[in-house]
Design a protein around this ligand. Structure first.
Ligand code: Y43
Ligand code: MG
Length: 208
């Protein structure tokens, strides 16, 4: 017997039934639904429930994922899973980071956002083009309990954009060890290596 500290808190399991996907991004909702398939969950998106899109006032991916998950769990009375994610570019000091969606402007125009990243990189042509995607997941229950997971994938930014299979910044992101961009990959191939796939593998191990 060792230690007088408390036992680590057990991770709460997710029971079969309804789960809200607390996202208004159709591309993310599609990937998340696929990653959760076959687990006895009846998934419904925040958009389908007409839930409001909360303001993302957090300063980290995890904080924003948590506030989105809590808002949806409170309003729906159901467990809710939120994803806060983004592209971090080394030479831009980690930008756009948590502001990745906001760089698309009110129109959510990622052609514009990708060009903005490229224009900023072009100011220092010799700078490395390394970047990574981060995905923070927060799973919240109506009683206030929350579990968190974080995934990551490293890669390089390419220009011009290639492929139209993904969403967001996928056409300019080439993951390490691959010749295709995320925009050129089928969804299952992307999920196998993506930040979201990484975070979901941790979630699945923990809560099922
Ligand atoms: O796999 C990805 N492939 C390409 N781009 C991605 C990916 N994952 C995140 N991203 C970029 C675009 C997205 O808009 C932003 C996330 O911002 P984020 O606030 O988490 O999501 P969002 O505002 O689009 O939807 P919501 O907050 O309702 O879930 O980062
Ligand atoms: Mg958002």
């Amino acid at each position: 017997m060792s230690g007088e500290g408390k036992e680590p808190q057990a991770i709460r399991k997710l029971q079969p039934g309804k789960l809200v996907i607390a996202s208004h991004n159709a591309g993310k909702v599609r990937e998340i639904a696929a990653l959760l398939e076959g687990r006895g969950l009846d998934v419904v998106s925040a958009s389908a429930l007409d839930l409001p899109e909360p303001e993302e006032t957090g300063t980290t991916f995890v904080m924003n994922a948590e506030l989105k998950a809590r808002a949806a769990a409170d309003l729906s009375g159901l467990p809710a899973l939120a994803d806060d994610s983004g592209l971090c570019v080394d030479a831009l000091g980690g930008d756009p980071g948590i502001f990745s969606a906001r760089w698309g402007g009110p129109e959510k125009d990622f052609g514009h956002a990708m060009r903005l990243v490229e224009d900023k990189l072009a100011e220092t042509p010799d700078a490395p083009r390394d970047a990574h995607f981060v995905c923070a997941l927060a799973l919240a229950w109506p009683d206030g309990h929350v579990e968190w997971f974080e995934g990551r994938v490293d890669g390089t930014l390419v220009w011009p954009p290639r492929g139209d299979k993904g969403h967001g910044y996928d056409p300019v992101f080439q993951p390490v060890g691959h010749d295709a961009t995320f925009g050129e990959m089928d969804e299952p191939a992307k999920n196998e290596i993506s930040h979201r796939g990484d975070a979901f593998r941790q979630l699945v191990d923990a809560v099922f």
